[in-house]
Ligand binder design. Structure first.
Ligand SMILES: [Fe+2]
Length: 352
């Protein structure tokens, strides 16, 4: 008994001495690494991000209600944030990316502005709205993939007759991690657009390039990758059996000048899954956002099934295994992540 009491006593003394030392070091803004090391250098990626799905029938109803409570002009951008349930209040869907659903009603405009954060839009529902980027006015249709690069002026408008909704993904959390955010507004509400709809796609993504174009651009010059042009390519891949056992018949949206990603911070794919597809398990260090362009199916993430249908959005956290299961009809999934940023830093990994 006496020995046990003595041991407990000396342990207590050591802890008290250490704490006194830590308190003293703290006064000089210093701290013991050995107390924090195991949380800093983990053997595998650690994430607060949880798998989650946003069903379009809920999203649509809530978004149309937002149309009653605030105008696009008052809101600047009428967007509901898709908040990861593991990171509530942080305006992010993964640690590095923001996602939201934007609504623009007939007759509305969302003023021109620009910011360091890059953005992409993936159009969910409605016709007749446009996004104007760097002088090109681009009409938005279901499945269109539109990019707004770092510091590119952009505005949205809906001269049509239907409410239009799209998925916004921005690298805001990454930009704010580096504390490099700048933004500005313009005096005019809309850009002067002297480039026609589809101009940048025709000019840069059809096998020719304007002569003398610099080959080093780190972002795509194409503003809109129209679904109508992408979808038949997926069909070609399916027809020739070019179907990856994990990712389906998949294309990567590319910068036509150098084959690189569309943006240095975000990369996106479009994949067709033939009916009956049962995918192999996959994981990677880039937490990935999926949006359903066509069909329905199921993605099993970290052992948990998530059933999805058209326009649903869901997220797979970094390094969580997942696979896709497709039923009786083909399905098409859009996906986006921070993979280009991780690859540029040499820290991207994949596995199963
Ligand atoms: Fe913006």
């Amino acid at each position: 008994m006496a020995v046990a009491a003595q041991t407990a006593d000396s342990k207590h003394n050591i802890q008290a001495a250490r704490q006194a030392y830590y308190d003293k070091a703290g006064k000089y803004n210093m701290a013991p690494l050995w107390e924090a090391l195991k949380d800093l250098v983990t053997p595998e990626p650690k994430t607060q991000c949880q798998p989650a799905i946003w069903k379009f029938h809920d999203v649509r109803k809530l978004m149309l209600e937002a149309g009653d409570v605030i105008t696009a002009e008052e809101a600047e951008r009428r967007v509901l944030v898709l908040e990861n349930p593991g990171e509530k209040g942080k305006s992010r869907i993964t640690n590095s990316l923001f996602a939201g659903i934007q609504l623009i009603l007939p007759g509305e405009i969302a003023d021109v502005h620009r910011h360091v954060a890059s953005a992409i839009r993936f159009v969910l529902e409605g016709d007749g709205a446009y996004t104007a980027v760097e002088g090109e006015k681009s009409m938005m249709g279901h499945g269109d993939f539109i990019i707004t690069a770092n510091w590119a002026p952009h505005d949205h408008g809906n001269p049509g007759k239907q409410p239009v909704m799209w998925l916004d993904v921005l690298d805001m959390p990454t930009i704010n991690h580096f504390e490099t955010s700048f933004a500005e507004h313009f005096d005019e509400k809309m850009q002067k657009t002297d480039h026609e709809d589809g101009d940048s796609f025709e000019r840069f993504a059809t096998g020719v390039l304007p002569d003398g174009l610099p080959a080093t651009k780190n972002r795509s010059p194409v503003i809109n990758y129209p679904y109508a042009r992408m979808r038949p390519i997926l069909e070609r891949l399916k027809k020739t059996g070019d179907v990856d056992p994990r990712h389906g018949a998949r294309v990567r949206y590319a910068n036509p000048i150098n084959g690189g990603p569309v943006l240095p911070t975000m990369g996106a794919n479009l994949a067709l899954f033939p009916k009956g597809f049962k995918g192999d398990s996959y994981r990677s260090t880039d937490g990935t956002i999926f949006a359903v362009a066509e069909g329905k199916g199921r993605t099993v993430i970290d052992g948990k099934p998530f059933d999805w249908a058209v326009n649903d959005v869901y997220v797979v956290p970094p390094w969580k295994s997942y696979h896709h299961e497709i039923g009786g009809e083909d399905a098409v999934l859009f996906s986006i992540s921070d993979r280009p940023a991780q690859e540029a830093l040499g820290i991207w990994r994949e596995g199963k």
